[in-house]
Design a protein around this ligand. Structure first.
Ligand SMILES: [Zn+2]
Ligand SMILES: [Zn+2]
Length: 126
């Protein structure tokens, strides 16, 4: 069905489409407004495109990629991001200032995990 090509093809903010946060296997999506607000703040601070490499994950996809069972990606509170032409540590510092509740630094794979979990702040690196 051709109509499905445009599923989630709508802007949720000036620089973000809902489809960018959708599960790659089924197009289902959950996106918390607090996560989006912080990503918008990040985009505006950097003045560079922020690529969402993983947003919402359905249970099946989360299992497939070996995500943790109660991942915040499962409930629309987390996104993994990449930004071109910026040092990962510099990017991390900007994200610290925006005060994401969870920040994971993945040095080898060159991305950051960001989330707005309701529990206390957590930082990790791999
Ligand atoms: Zn899926
Ligand atoms: Zn993640």
């Amino acid at each position: 069905m051709q109509m499905l090509n445009s599923i989630n093809n709508l802007k949720v903010a000036k620089y973000f489409k809902l489809s960018e946060f959708a599960c790659p296997c089924c197009n289902l999506v959950m996106l918390h407004p607090n996560l989006l607000a912080k990503l918008v703040e990040l985009r505006n601070t950097l003045e560079k495109p922020v690529y969402i490499t993983s947003g919402y994950r359905c249970p099946k996809y989360n299992r497939q990629i070996g995500g943790v069972v109660n991942s915040y990606h499962r409930i629309g509170l987390a996104a993994d991001i990449k930004v071109k032409d910026i040092n990962l540590i510099t990017l991390l510092e900007v994200c610290e200032n925006i005060d994401f509740a969870g920040i994971g630094l993945y040095e080898k794979k060159n991305f950051l995990h960001l989330d707005v979990r309701p529990t206390k702040r957590i930082r990790w690196r791999e």
